[in-house]
Design a protein around this ligand. Sequence first.
Ligand code: AMP
Length: 179
Amino acid sequence: MIIILGIAGSGKTTQGKLLADSLQCQWLSTGQIVRQKLTGPARQLMERGEILSDEVILPLLNRELTGHDNKQLVLDGFPRSISQAEWLLSQIRQKKLALELVINLEAPREVVMERLVQRGRPDDTPKVINQRFDEYERQIRPIIEYLKQAGVTVQLVDASPSIETIAKNILQVVKAAGL
Ligand code: AMP
């Protein structure tokens, strides 16, 4: 399994899908699972952009992961908290999952800000974009440090260039990891 983490505007989803295409493997996104499967109050939380509890997200993800060849998988949107990262590591220790590589897509704020403002989604205002940046610093960066300390290989890839160049660089990192 390869996990793609990244700052808002890094093109994480686009790149995850391109990578899965190149490797001819499955692309799985917890956001997409949640949008497809979730109903009721948890769905309303999701629609407000709030992070869902582990009780909701872990069984959903677990069901999707069961029965897959985990080596052949690109996962997007997970882990989003230290407790999810802990769950991931425990699955790895129990040999229920195999995590070969984490790709961390990062770019300077000005670059992704420009990109998101141009995309022009209603929530792509400078204020909300800055909030997402802060969330990344607060939530994702500690997860990356936590995974590194646990011995997981994390590779930083610059998300500033064009989609094609980023995709090429990601593929290089993946091949260099022997995948
Ligand atoms: P995304 O498509 O990754 O932006 O996710 C959309 C929404 O799904 C998020 O705002 C959360 O409400 C929920 N979600 C996705 N992944 C997770 C996760 N790993 N943990 C908790 N909530 C999640």
